[in-house]
Design a protein around this ligand. Structure first.
Ligand code: PXP
Length: 255
């Protein structure tokens, strides 16, 4: 019998969560008065391209995804829905009402263009634990969007998260020794998360090139990618952009 060549501790596939916020952004630039682009059509195309999960961020200011979008996507989507949301009572009630498979807790500031930096779980540990306990009653699994820091990984574990998602937005822009230092922090934090039994996810600012690098992060099980895939979809279509990203993840994982 042939020996399996898969390396120990490496799941064979890294799941791809496709973040569709910016499809909704295009609709909302006209105040949501147009029926296009049809978000559900893009959900279908992303899934046809191999998306393992659809990720959406219901922001408190509703700048892109609306409550109706969340309701429709959870109802009709054939793959897991991952709801990114702020740590707040309003958003906890939204999650309990619509029950996505996953919730990813993110920091949120009104003025920011996109999610800047990771959530300070250590500073809000008890508030987050109480939120996680509420979501658990509906079997919603929780991840925390954090900087690659041992402190934040350990606090996420104590707060009851099943996964951590490392914010890669800083790392993708760094060069030389700064990039190498940030990579070391990612590796160290990923190792700690794995030891604690947490799933390792990553996301933010990823494109084809940076995804092929992040795929080599030890224990990585999932990436969530939005802005780049939606931009690429304008040129080649959503299905093709997702298909290509899936190929990159597979190649990166196995190389
Ligand atoms: N993961 C999280 C938690 C995010 O907040 C975002 C941005 O909404 C992403 C991933 C995707 O980032 P990008 O759109 O830069 O790919």
């Amino acid at each position: 019998m042939k020996k399996k060549s898969r390396k120990k501790n490496k799941p064979s596939n890294i799941r791809l969560g496709v973040n569709l916020d910016h499809v909704a952004t295009l609709r909302q630039v006209r105040g949501g008065s147009t029926p296009y682009p049809d978000l559900l059509l893009f959900v279908k195309k992303a899934v046809a391209g191999g998306a393992d999960q659809i990720t959406i961020h219901l922001r408190e200011d509703r700048r892109h995804i609306q409550e109706q979008d969340l309701a429709r996507i959870v109802k009709s989507c054939k793959v897991t829905v991952n709801l990114e949301m702020a740590v707040s009572e309003e958003m906890t009630q939204m999650a309990l009402k619509y029950t996505p498979g996953y919730v990813c807790l993110v920091p949120e500031k009104r003025q920011e263009l996109t999610t800047e930096g990771g959530l300070n779980v250590a500073a809000k540990e008890f508030e987050i634990k109480s939120l996680v306990d509420k979501l658990k009653t509906k079997k919603i699994r929780v991840s925390t969007f954090i900087e690659p820091s041992i402190l934040q990984v350990e606090a996420s574990k104590r707060a009851g998260a099943v996964a951590i998602e490392f914010h890669t937005g800083k790392w993708v822009h760094l060069k030389g020794s700064q990039a190498r230092d940030e990579w070391s922090r990612l590796v160290e934090a990923a190792e700690r998360a794995h030891t604690l039994g947490l799933q390792v996810h990553a996301g933010h600012g990823l494109d084809y090139a940076s995804t092929s690098k992040i795929a080599k992060l030890p224990h990585l099980e999932e990436v969530n990618i939005g802005h780049f895939l939606v931009c690429e979809a304008l040129a080649v279509g959503m299905k093709k952009s997702v298909q290509h990203m899936k190929k990159i993840l597979k190649k990166g994982r196995n190389s």
